[in-house]
Design a protein around this ligand. Structure first.
Ligand SMILES: [Zn+2]
Ligand SMILES: [Zn+2]
Length: 108
């Protein structure tokens, strides 16, 4: 697979869900407080090719190889699902809460 040259720059963002400010950038585009994301990437995390900009709800926590944890986000506007790696700043309580949910769209 060829390497993609994505500039990793920091972006100050206001979360569309909880209205907290956070610094995203690069592959991190979800809010560390409530884990909601914004639909800015189209094919690969960080490409910023999407014009949807819908709010993406965290619906599932997926534990992969070597205990790598990802969050599955679901776009409320267009229905796209995307996987995002968690970052060390993420709210662990929210991640644990989310990991106990099983419904496809995160409803209890
Ligand atoms: Zn938030
Ligand atoms: Zn979308």
């Amino acid at each position: 697979m060829p390497k993609h040259f994505i500039k990793l720059k920091s972006e100050k963002t206001i979360c569309g869900n909880c209205k907290e400010e956070f610094t995203g950038g690069g592959y991190v585009n979800h809010c560390p407080h409530c884990l909601w994301s914004k639909h800015v990437d189209e094919d690969i995390p960080g490409d910023r090719k999407s014009t949807c900009l819908g709010l993406m709800k965290p619906i599932k926590v997926i534990t992969g190889k070597r205990e790598k944890i990802s969050i599955k986000h679901y776009c409320q506007k267009c229905g796209k699902e995307m996987l995002n790696k968690i970052s060390p700043n993420d709210n662990m309580e929210e991640i644990i809460k989310l990991s106990t949910k099983h419904d496809k769209h995160g409803n209890i």
